[in-house]
Design a protein. Structure first.
Lengths: 385, 369
């Protein structure tokens, strides 16, 4: 009797390595064939980076301001000049308060600066003149920034005024500002590195959750399960192609951040790759876990958005400062993988390889990856019993 | 005809409602998002971790330090004694601000020389850095004013009185919560419509629907009405939570707000239908919805002002329905926006809806035949 005729034991057709390679090939072909996977892995990062890089900016400039001078004199002219010369403002001169306030309500200007009729008389008097500023507070953040700009213009005017009147001491204490890591305070330098976390969350968690949920939904996962392939191998076969996809997205994003948006990269590339790999594992683990529990694309998609995408956006420090959140919400951020990754990204890009930060983040990410992957392994196993 | 449409509408509702998980997804997540956004999404900065590096033993320096420590915006986490310690607290993010008062501070003050205070800020979070500098400068300004007054100097020739209209305490939440009305209505409506046709197509029931006497137009209406009702209900629920739970004032005319919400939901539904007609599977529909929702939110002014964007991106926002509804919803919540200004936002949404509807209708006929 030949070997071929003998009933072979079900356990091991092919070596484990060949089985795994076969699975990886299957997954890769599946990714390449589905245009929506490719679009989420390559088109979406580019679109997002362009949108965020160009579209999202917290730096207010050319703020439209209504400048109301009720009684023009040389004194008011010098203050008006200090507003007009500031690169932050695009002043519109108006004669009366009413039209200026109407323009504020209509959103045509963001602030109104009023120099009342008695300004010239009271300036340099015992009580001093009053400059009234009304900002549209609807957008509180922009209002605060505009307030700061007006403050700066006012201080400059006082200095100039003191010089003109031959006074040497203007302000007793002068402030010397040093903004480390980002001297021009460009919001792009702060937003673009964090964006990499968002993009990798999309690939690692959302895409993986959807794809694997579809397999459960269609029953192809069960079909895979009844083959002699081990569960660990099935999971690895899923993990590896998406891991490669995610790291590709990271490389693309980093290249665009540095070469297109001119964000400095001051840390070590090796550390960046290492911490990204840890984050990718945590994200993939979460995605697999969601799909294993949900087993339905619609639900998996929604859950992935709620537990991975939105937290990566809001609770990670990507755009909103964690330290300013209420304590309960701050506590929640500790179980969000993106929080640790964003912190490392911002540090690696702008500050350099600062080990106390990197090590803590890496440990947290490794722990989460282990938990998510371990849970997935257990869940997948149990459901087959 | 209306009987047929009504039957289809009833069927659509059942399809969403009967599935326990879909039902949960329409109610639960928006609520969670609303709470998380409402509490977490804030640009306000408080309790800034501050390190004090005071090299001067004089009373004036102590007074200035006390002002920083007494301010609710700052929280002292460390006292430094050497230059090298600045990097030690800023680099690992233990402190976001270092206030450095040099040895000659008091001497310079007495000698009427400019006394320097150095503020070192972590620039990794640029927005926070700007706000911290603003707060710190204000403390120094107040110190200057008091010191000048106490030491017989001339007061500044004019003082600045800044008031904020509509949001006097400049609470970010008043800005974010009305925005969430627009955001969540957008997300839920898009997903529900985008999936409605794709689900049937994937399961294969769409062909069955086509052989019924229903005409394509009637199918479109039947698919839109449930989404419209869900969108309006979602919007209403969030408005209610915004007012009752988060305490955001609703100062404007509610009918105007609803006119805006109605047209907004319609415009979004039409986009959802277009995605639905393009997608063959639910996965593609979800991804399509995503590819629409993310840029729509970013380019709407939800988190960062449109005015800060470059010109060509500002032009791109003109085709975004969320941009217009955001102005209406924030305007009616905080500003009591005049009716004329609301109308100015309404018609672009009508135009966007009609143009997209033409496209969606064409795609539907085209892809079905």
């Amino acid at each position: 009797m030949t070997d071929a005729a003998a009933p072979r034991p079900l356990a091991a057709p092919g070596t484990p390595r060949r089985r795994l390679l076969g699975l990886i090939r299957k997954e890769s072909v599946q990714i390449l064939r589905d245009p929506s996977s490719i679009s989420i892995a390559f088109v979406l990062p580019i679109v997002l980076l362009l949108l965020f890089g160009y579209g999202v900016s917290l730096d207010a400039k050319h703020v439209p301001v209504a400048l109301v001078i009720e009684n023009p004199t040389t004194e008011t002219a010098s203050f008006a000049a200090s507003i007009a010369n500031s690169r932050y403002f695009a002043p519109v001169f108006m004669r009366g308060r009413q039209p200026a306030e109407r323009a504020l309500i209509a959103g045509e200007v963001d602030a109104v600066v009023v120099l009342r009729a008695d300004f010239a008389r009271r300036v340099h008097g015992a009580k001093g003149g009053a400059i009234q500023v009304i900002v549209n507070g609807t957008d509180a953040n922009t209002a605060r920034i505009i307030g700061g700009y007006v403050d700066g213009a006012w201080r400059k005017w006082i200095e100039q005024d003191a010089l003109d009147h031959g006074l040497s001491l203007t302000a007793p204490v002068v402030v010397e500002q040093r903004v480390w890591f980002n001297p021009e305070v460009r919001s792009r330098n702060f937003l673009v590195p964090g964006l990499i976390a968002i993009i990798m969350t999309l690939i690692g968690t959302l895409l993986t959750a959807l794809v694997v949920a579809r397999e459960w939904e269609r029953g192809t996962m069960e079909a895979l399960m009844v083959t002699p392939v081990h569960i660990g191998e099935i999971l690895l076969g899923k993990l590896i192609p998406y891991f490669v996809l995610g790291m590709g997205g990271m490389a693309l994003s980093t290249a665009m951040a540095v070469w297109l948006f001119g964000v400095p990269f001051r840390g070590s590339l090796v550390v960046l790759v290492g911490i990204s790999a840890l984050f990718m594992l945590a994200g993939l683990g979460l995605g697999l876990l969601i799909s294993t529990i949900a087993r339905n694309q619609f639900v998996a998609g929604q859950v992935a958005i709620i537990v991975a995408f939105l937290p990566a956006f809001i609770l990670s420090g990507f755009i909103f400062d964690i330290a300013s959140m209420p304590p309960v919400v701050q506590a929640i951020t500790h179980i969000i993988p993106a929080r640790y990754f964003v912190s490392s990204l911002q540090t690696l890009f702008l500050a350099g390889t600062i080990w106390p930060i990197i090590l803590v983040d890496a440990a947290a990410l490794a722990l989460m990856a282990a938990i998510f992957l371990g849970l997935t392994r257990r869940k997948t196993h149990k459901s087959l019993e | 005809m209306w009987g047929r449409i009504r039957a289809l509408i009833a069927k659509e509702f059942l399809a969403i409602w009967k599935d326990k998980r879909s039902r949960a997804v329409i109610i639960g997540p928006p609520l969670i998002q609303l709470l998380v956004f409402g509490y977490a999404a804030t640009f306000d900065v408080n309790h800034v971790a501050t390190a004090i590096y005071n090299e001067d033993a004089g009373a004036a320096a102590r007074d200035l330090v006390a002002r920083f420590e007494g301010s609710p915006s700052f929280e002292t986490v460390a006292r430094l004694t050497r230059d090298s310690q600045i990097a030690e607290v800023i680099n690992p993010r233990r402190a976001s601000l270092v206030v450095h008062i040099g040895q000659t501070f008091s001497r310079d003050l007495r000698a009427r020389q400019p006394a320097k205070v150095q503020l070192i800020v972590d620039g990794r979070e640029s927005n926070t850095a700007l706000i911290i500098l603003g707060y710190a400068s204000r403390i120094v300004s107040r110190f200057n004013r008091d010191w000048t007054r106490d030491h017989g100097g001339a007061p500044p020739p004019a003082s600045l009185v800044v008031r904020a209209w509509f949001n006097p305490n400049l609470e970010s939440r008043w800005f974010i919560v009305p925005g969430i009305v627009a955001l969540l209505t957008l997300v839920v409506t898009t997903v529900v419509t985008a999936l409605s046709v794709a689900r049937e197509r994937e399961v294969g029931t769409f062909e069955q629907l086509l052989v019924t006497p229903l005409r394509p137009f009637e199918i479109l209406v039947g698919k839109s009405v449930p989404a419209l009702i869900i969108g309006l209900a979602e919007g209403t629920a969030i408005i209610a939570v915004g007012v009752l739970w988060f305490g955001v004032p609703l100062r404007g005319a509610v009918p105007l707000l609803y006119a805006g919400l109605f047209l907004y939901v319609l415009a979004v539904i039409v986009v959802g239908l277009m995605i639905s007609s393009l997608a063959r599977t639910q996965q593609q529909a979800i991804l399509g919805a995503f590819l629409f929702v993310v840029p729509a939110v970013i380019l709407s002014g939800f988190a960062t002002p449109i005015a800060n964007m470059p010109e060509f991106i500002q032009a791109l926002t003109l085709i975004n329905p969320m941009r217009y509804f955001l102005i209406i919803v924030r305007g009616t919540f905080l500003e009591d926006l005049p009716a004329m200004l609301v109308y100015r936002q309404l018609w672009p949404m009508v135009v966007i809806g009609l143009v997209t509807l033409t496209g969606a209708g064409w795609l539907f006929r085209h892809r079905l035949s």
